[in-house]
Design a protein around this ligand. Structure first.
Ligand code: F3S
Length: 424
């Protein structure tokens, strides 16, 4: 592999042991995947932040790397942690867990990473441009960055993303190369796909078919993505554009959960979809004409219709999604716990807009920094959850021990008000 003099100096330990460890990881991956050289990255998203997943071994690994002088060189954001870093006591989290989680955050901060703690960094200020090389972990964010932004990242793991942040480089292979970004699975959607939960159900079905291939969707009626409609400005140029962003976020997250889809294209919608050779080469064609198998798969068995938790915000919610929750409640108090999870960055904006206060006056909570998959939910006493998120519904039974009811946002809000599940 060709290395620049600076990269060779990193490898020789001239920048200290933390940088040496990082460049060793980056070059080892490059050798495994046949990269010819490294490429500079403009942004990194680090996953593996929750103490629930890291445990003591992960905490020690991070603390040691920080002590060895591992410092990030490029803008770097963090995935969700295991709890809301400010409201954890009110929400009922365990104090020992909170202490360990704070130590994890302290290790990342010692490396120069701000505790953004969100899986939607693109809604919280980390918005890479078209064609930029980045190194992101977190499967839903990877999918969004590649597909909706047209940035280029492989599916990084926690340590490899951190290594990219410390060196400012990643190995040039896989989705960093234009020729590997062409679709190799044509998905013709012939049934109506309209609500957010429809997109989640479609994503779960398509992900199972695609596995790690690159789907190209035809038949989805969405407004084209315009860059001004992504991000935290809350100054969308059209309602349709905001809905496109939220629906693509849900579609990609679900496909990355049931399959390993890191990039997809939607005809006339996503930025690379109209490139002349995007469909060149070998490909299979499949048709999806019914979403009901996706809905069925995401609903746990059993007749008990009681609900004690409703979760919105997987991936972390946008301001528009929070606003829809408040509107659908229409002044009614909730009977269940109702959590809207979002970045702390957007929570602060929502607070300035009065949305947090509006939801909390009706008994709901806007929870920052975490989610119900990476948090130690079993200790909070919830049994049965309703959600309109395909990824959340897919993971919650195994990761959090919850029975799940999956349906539209409107059905979930009605469940929060009545405590009972009535599917659409
Ligand atoms: Fe994000 Fe947690 Fe869902 S990390 S994508 S809210 S499972």
């Amino acid at each position: 592999m060709r290395l620049t003099p600076e990269e060779q100096a990193m490898l020789a330990g001239e920048f200290g042991p933390g940088v040496k460890k990082a460049i060793e990881i980056v070059t080892a991956l490059g050798k495994i995947y046949g990269a010819e050289d490294l490429v500079a990255v403009t942004s990194v998203q680090v996953a593996g932040v929750s103490y629930k997943n890291l445990g003591e071994a992960g905490l020690e690994f991070l603390s040691e790397w920080a002590a060895q002088g591992g410092q990030v060189r490029v803008p770097t954001t963090l995935n969700p942690a295991g709890l809301d870093l400010e409201q954890w006591q009110e929400l009922g989290f365990d104090a020992t867990f909170a202490e360990r989680q704070q130590q994890v955050i302290a290790a990342f901060m010692a490396m120069g990473i701000a505790p953004s703690c969100t899986c939607t960094p693109y809604l919280a200020g980390n918005l890479p441009g078209f064609g930029e090389h980045i190194a992101w972990a977190e499967s839903s964010a990877i999918s969004f960055a590649n597909s909706v932004l047209g940035a280029r990242t492989n599916r990084e793991g926690g340590p490899s993303a951190l290594a990219a942040a410390i060196t400012g480089r990643t190995a040039r292979y896989g989705l960093h190369l234009v020729e590997n970004r062409r679709a190799n699975l044509l998905v013709d959607v012939t049934c109506p796909v309209s609500s957010a939960s429809d997109y989640g159900a479609l994503g779960i079905l398509a992900g199972q078919i695609a596995r790690n291939r690159i789907p190209y969707f035809r038949g989805l009626e969405l407004a084209p993505v315009r860059r001004g409609e992504i991000g935290a400005s809350n100054q969308a140029t059209s309602v349709e554009g905001v809905q496109t962003v939220d629906r693509l976020k849900l579609l990609g997250a679900a496909m990355a959960a049931s399959g390993a889809v890191a990039l997809y294209h939607v005809a006339g919608v996503t930025p690379e979809s109209e490139q002349p050779d995007i469909l060149a080469g070998e490909r299979q064609t499949v048709r999806i004409d019914d979403l009901s198998p996706g809905y069925k798969m995401l609903n746990s068995d059993g007749d008990d219709d009681r609900i004690d938790l409703v979760w919105i915000g997987c991936p972390h919610a946008s301001l528009d999604e929070l606003e829809q929750v408040v509107d659908l409640l229409a002044g009614r108090r909730v009977q269940t716990a109702l959590w809207v999870t979002m970045s702390r960055f957007l929570r602060q904006r929502a607070q300035a807009l009065g949305l947090v206060q509006a939801l909390e006056a009706l008994g709901g909570r806007v929870v920052a920094d975490t989610c119900l998959v990476v948090a130690p939910v079993k200790g909070l006493g919830f049994l049965r959850m309703a959600t309109p998120s395909g990824k959340g519904a897919y993971y919650a039974p195994t990761h959090s021990g919850l029975d799940v009811r999956y349906g539209s946002l409107a059905a979930c809000i009605e469940a929060a008000v009545s405590g009972r599940w009535r599917p659409d």
